[in-house]
Design a protein around this ligand. Structure first.
Ligand code: G3I
Length: 371
């Protein structure tokens, strides 16, 4: 009889301890920005609802966890200049006001990108018209937010995987120097804003070499470039840590900051051999491509937690060179990866789950700082 009671007492004690610890964990206010405040900025991509503070659960996390924001879409040209020389700054102004109110730095995304261009300029034939658009867009937008936006992705995704310049209306109509000219215009319009080149896969040797050549060309022209943004759309199950480390070293050797600007670690299989974040690529779905639609197995969550921890240990090793780490979305439900490269999948690439609760990856990354 005594044995039975002692077992019941034992079980009761265990459940009491786990209840207290779970309360502590859920009520904890451990924050990423506080944990890494002496290392690098911790940012997040935010959408319209979050800019307008209409997403209550996300709003709590944004203010508690992050000290930098990037607008996921509302500063892209199709939104901010929908018609020739007609600018719609409402949402960008709200973003800047939200950030100022909450002591959060803004990374503007993006002045020049071949995608999400306004309809009026996508098929523009006249090189002179493209030049006028190019100069007017950069000057108008960058000057309006000078000193209010901490940094700009001046040019986004100008390179092919082999490091050559990607074919675009800008390359076609303005020639090889359009990237240098974009930075020259941004430098003049926004003297108080850091100027970044942003791209995906530039941790890969060939594309990295193309980015380095581009950065050296900007510097050789006597034009300011302050940093490079490695987007970081990777897969948790094959993180290119060696390439990432080599990239931090090689980009830093140019005397510029290195930021990780769109970080997410997908746990889903990819239909493509090579990683891509090129929004124009899509693929057909089949059930093997969406294995976790009913929930994330703990083993996969733990694998992702280790991958994120390995990455952050590397970033901490180079914290003098790393200026910012921005996650591409507040929680798993918001991620673009739920619809890319296959529409309608259930991915789990971020730190906060669909109930806005921290996942194992959040705790494993916080633990990289605990002695
Ligand atoms: O706002 C319109 C809405 O009015 C309309 O009803 C709806 C119909 O589909 O489209 C909405 O626009 C969508 C926009 O996101 C806002 O939700 C676009 O179709 C959609 O293409 C766009 O996707 C964005 C994508 O860039 C293309 O711009 C993703 O949210 C965004 O996460 C993704 O982010 C890019 C970075 O800017 C650059 N690096 C790669 C990264 C991932 O592709």
């Amino acid at each position: 009889m005594i044995r039975k009671y002692s077992f019941i007492l034992f079980v009761a004690a265990i459940s009491l301890i786990s209840c207290i610890s779970s309360k502590k964990v859920s009520a904890q206010t451990t924050s990423l920005k506080e944990t890494f405040k002496n290392d690098f900025l911790i940012g997040v991509a935010i959408n319209v609802q979050q800019i307008e503070e209409k997403d209550a659960a996300a709003d709590v996390l944004i203010k508690q966890q992050f000290n930098a924001v990037t607008p996921e879409n509302i500063m892209k040209a199709e939104v901010i200049e929908p018609k020739w020389n007609t600018f719609n700054f409402d949402l960008a102004d709200k973003l800047v006001a939200f950030a100022q109110k909450n002591n959060i730095k803004v990374n503007g995304h993006t002045l020049i990108w071949h995608s999400q261009l306004p309809a009026f300029m996508r098929h523009m034939q006249s090189a002179d018209s493209v030049k006028q658009y190019f100069e007017n867009h950069i000057t108008t937008v960058a000057s309006r937010y000078d000193g209010k936006v901490y940094s700009w992705d001046v040019v986004n995704e100008a390179l092919n995987e082999d490091g050559t310049l990607r074919k675009s209306i800008f390359l076609d109509k303005l020639g090889d120097d359009y990237v240098v000219e974009a930075f020259r215009l941004a430098q003049k319009a926004a003297p108080h804003t850091k100027l970044y080149y942003n791209d995906y896969n530039i941790e890969q040797p060939k594309k990295r070499a193309g980015a380095i050549a581009l950065i050296k060309k900007i510097q050789a022209a006597g034009v300011r470039i302050d940093g490079v943004g490695i987007q970081g759309h990777w897969r948790a199950y094959n993180l290119p840590l060696n390439d990432i480390e080599e990239s931090i070293k090689e980009f830093s050797a140019l005397g510029i900051e290195v930021a990780f600007t769109e970080l997410d670690l997908s746990v889903l299989p990819s239909p493509f051999e090579k990683v891509t974040a090129d929004v124009s690529t899509t693929a057909k779905s089949d059930s093997t491509m969406n294995p976790y639609k009913n929930g994330l197995p703990d083993s996969v969550a733990q694998m992702q937690a280790k991958a994120y921890a390995d990455l952050f240990k590397l970033l901490l090793k180079y914290k003098k060179n790393v200026s910012r780490v921005t996650f591409w979305g507040v929680n798993d439900a918001q991620s673009w990866l739920n619809n890319f490269p296959i529409r309608g999948r259930t991915d789990y690439p971020l730190f906060f789950d669909r109930n806005f609760k921290p996942k194992p990856a959040f705790y494993s990354v916080i633990a990289t700082k605990e002695k």
